[in-house]
Ligand binder design. Structure first.
Ligand SMILES: Cc1cc2nc3c(=O)[nH]c(=O)nc-3n(C[C@H](O)[C@H](O)[C@H](O)COP(=O)(O)OP(=O)(O)OC[C@H]3O[C@@H](n4cnc5c(N)ncnc54)[C@H](O)[C@@H]3O)c2cc1C
Length: 354
């Protein structure tokens, strides 16, 4: 018998499901969250870094001017609601690899487009006890990390206290779809949102979407020094949690850590770090990526009650706060979801496979 009524059911409590649950709680909505703990989920193994200037070319990331102020407010609000520390803004230092790169940035640093993200440009070596940086480097603003395990655990405790939480695998066979809502076991809701990361490929409703797993590995190191900055070139080194990462391997779809991942990370770490370390752990997980590197948000083409929030790719920490808000604004107020992130952009794949 369906004796429990909630507004929404969320399947999956990674970064997507956690941010969504918080956004709904900010709006006084009632929620059931169903999640089967997986210590290798992308959100559990992520270093939690956020950085507006990324890539080999060091360009401003997509939507940086919107995403970064938004995430700052969001995690600060979440931290005070949950009364746990998990949000650590801190500068990121990126050494130059050549004089040419240094010169290029001396020009770029004057551009208003970039100036808000640049704290300092160093033309001589600094922080030499931490990092090899013969040509100086850039100290960037609006960076930092979220301790994702603390964040997820705090959200999980909050949901247990305030809402309903089922710690188990979700079975689509038990989902009943009605004309104005859904029923799962003894719960009814107006919508169910699938936040299952790369596991979405197992869904009979959404597996046609082009979400591809991208394997990543990280190392955890034990250093003898403590920089209060994140270091990044080839790999990142996040202090406090001492994660070093990450690899990007599209071809390897197998579970588990690899010697190749270990080798790649230690080689890059040795190029960046000037301090002694020992390796205490190696982890792996699959990022849920999309061909155009944008999230996928919105209702199923046939069943408006089934909704997806996925495709956070390599940047879940910075994308999930902002886009969970976009999703809730659509669900609650009918606000439009921009085509660049809407499920609609892939609708033709559904008709073809139906
Ligand atoms: C090695 C690595 C390093 C990374 N580093 C960073 C970083 O520094 N910064 C950054 O922004 N991003 C990083 N990422 C990417 C980031 O982790 C992802 O973008 C993000 O975690 C995706 O979140 P998600 O909630 O969509 O998916 P997931 O984290 O995969 O969460 C999905 C959840 O759903 C649950 N689930 C799935 N199916 C079911 C089911 N049938 N029933 C019940 N529960 C289910 C899973 O157990 C899991 O808890 C990294 C990823 C990897 C792999």
């Amino acid at each position: 018998m369906a004796d429990k009524k909630v507004d929404y059911i969320i399947v999956g409590q990674g970064l997507a499901g956690s941010c969504l649950a918080l956004q709904l709680s900010f709006r006084e909505k009632r929620v059931l969250v169903i999640d089967q703990h997986n210590s290798n989920s992308a959100s559990r193994v992520a270093a939690g870094l956020f950085n507006p200037i990324t890539g080999r070319q060091m360009g401003k990331t997509w939507l940086a001017d919107e995403l970064f102020p938004y995430l700052d407010n969001f995690y600060l609000r979440a931290q005070s609601l949950l009364n746990q520390p998990f949000y650590f803004p801190m500068p990121l230092y990126r050494p130059f690899i050549s004089v040419e790169e240094q010169n290029e940035w001396m020009g770029r640093s004057a551009e208003p487009n970039y100036s808000v993200y640049l704290r300092k440009l160093e033309t001589n070596p600094v922080y030499e006890q931490f990092v090899k940086n013969e040509f100086g480097g850039l100290l960037l603003n609006r960076c930092g990390y979220v301790n994702t395990n603390n964040f997820l655990n705090s959200v999980r405790n909050f949901i247990h206290e305030k809402f309903y939480f089922l710690e188990e695998g979700f079975s689509e066979d038990e989902l009943l779809i009605g004309s104005d809502g859904v029923q799962y076991k003894n719960f009814t809701a107006s919508k169910i949102i699938f936040c299952t990361g790369e596991q979405i490929r197992l869904s009979k409703y959404f597996s046609w979407l082009p979400v591809k797993p991208l394997k990543g590995e990280t190392l955890t190191i034990s250093p003898h020094i403590k920089p209060d900055i994140i270091l990044n070139r080839g790999v990142y080194i996040v202090p406090d949690i001492w994660k070093v990462g990450a690899t990007y391997n599209k071809l390897d779809q197998s579970a588990g850590i690899t010697d190749g991942g270990h080798r790649e990370l230690t080689e890059k770490l040795n190029e960046l770090a000037s301090f002694q370390y020992s390796i205490s752990a190696q982890d792996w997980g699959f990022r849920p990526t999309t061909p155009d590197r944008r999230p996928i948000i919105g209702p199923h083409p046939e069943y408006e009650q089934l909704v997806i929030f996925n495709g956070l790719g390599t940047k879940g920490v910075s994308l999930a706060p902002y886009f969970s808000d976009v999703l809730v604004n659509w669900m609650e107020n009918g606000a439009l979801i921009d085509q660049s992130v809407s499920l609609n952009r892939y609708k033709s794949l559904y008709s073809k496979s139906a």
